[in-house]
Design a protein around this ligand. Structure first.
Ligand code: AMP
Length: 289
């Protein structure tokens, strides 16, 4: 595994691979890698000749009151995991080379970026779109792999790739969960034992809502009330930011579940913000990527 820190060198190496007709599969991450990340890496390895993973805690996607400085970092542990997966390139860009003095560009995917998480994390998705654009330009992948756990992110990246003619396949991979259903996340490391157990309510609530849809509840006001009541029953949930049913393409909140719907939740357990979602279809079995 080659470790590259300089963006220009990353670009040169990627160019050489492409000149030799090698397809690059790319997995962007912020590190502190868990099985969720590694599932993306495995998918990338299976589908491409070269696998590149980036680890970069991108300052532009953190708000002023968010957890940039505390965000968990474990470069050595991550590198070991990636060597074990047999990847080819680990890109660890240096901050000052990603955003040198005078850097003035932001990529904004309008509309989608203001909904759901965007309403609570101003500027977050623009920070994501900006860094992903830079990473795509440096690595030039044929395919890039994202987790469904961050569903809104996948919608925004797909839109951006389409709008800006980036010619990259965006592959969305299923959410990997702990045994009790909690979606794996680097931020789970912030939770105390009690909070960690309490956080399992998120996936339980999503499944119960899915069950309610199957039993015929299609009005979203009713569904939302069920979900809110369930989440509020857990005393360690300190804030519910959103929980409802959304159109998976537009992210508009639905009034009734007619076809497929995205059930999505964002809440805080203590100070830790957690998100999760599942896709459900009226009258059909839910899928839980
Ligand atoms: P992050 O390091 O949190 O920025 O995540 C990097 C990528 O891993 C994103 O595409 C995430 O959606 C994906 N990811 C994070 N957690 C999971 C999970 N539990 N299952 C599948 N993918 C995940």
């Amino acid at each position: 595994m080659e470790i590259i820190r300089i963006p220009r060198i990353m670009q040169d190496i990627a160019r050489t691979h492409k000149m030799h007709n090698k397809t690059i599969g790319f997995v962007p991450t912020m590190g502190s890698l868990h099985e969720g990340h590694l599932s993306l890496v495995r998918m990338a390895r299976a589908e491409n000749e070269i696998t590149a993973v980036s680890i970069y805690v991108n300052p532009k996607q953190f708000g002023p009151t968010e957890d940039l400085s505390q965000y968990p970092r474990d470069i050595e542990g991550d590198a070991e995991k990636l060597i074990a997966e047999g990847i080819d390139i680990l890109f660890l860009p240096v901050d000052s080379l990603m955003y040198p003095d005078g850097f003035s560009t932001r990529v904004e995917v309008e509309g989608f970026s203001r909904r759901l998480c965007g309403a609570y994390r101003r500027g977050h998705f623009s920070g994501v779109a900006t860094v992903v654009t830079k990473l795509f330009n440096l690595i030039g992948p044929a395919r890039a792999y994202f987790g469904q756990k961050d569903f809104q992110q996948t919608v925004i990246i797909k839109r951006m790739v389409k709008d800006l003619d980036m010619n990259i396949d965006i592959v969305v991979c299923p959410t990997i969960r702990e045994e009790d259903g909690l979606a794996m996340s680097s931020r789970n490391l912030y939770l105390t034992r009690e909070q960690r157990d309490a956080a399992a309510i998120i996936y339980k609530c999503l499944n119960e809502a899915s069950g309610a849809i199957k039993s015929g509840i299609i009005k979203v006001t009713e569904l939302k009330k069920l979900m809110e009541t369930r989440l509020a029953s857990e005393p360690l949930v300190s804030e519910i930011q959103y929980c409802s049913a959304y159109d998976p393409d537009t992210l508009d909140e639905l009034e009734e579940i007619v076809n497929e719907a995205l059930l999505a939740i964002a809440l805080k357990v203590g100070e830790t913000r957690l998100i999760d979602n599942i896709l459900v279809a009226a009258g059909q079995k839910s899928s839980s990527p």
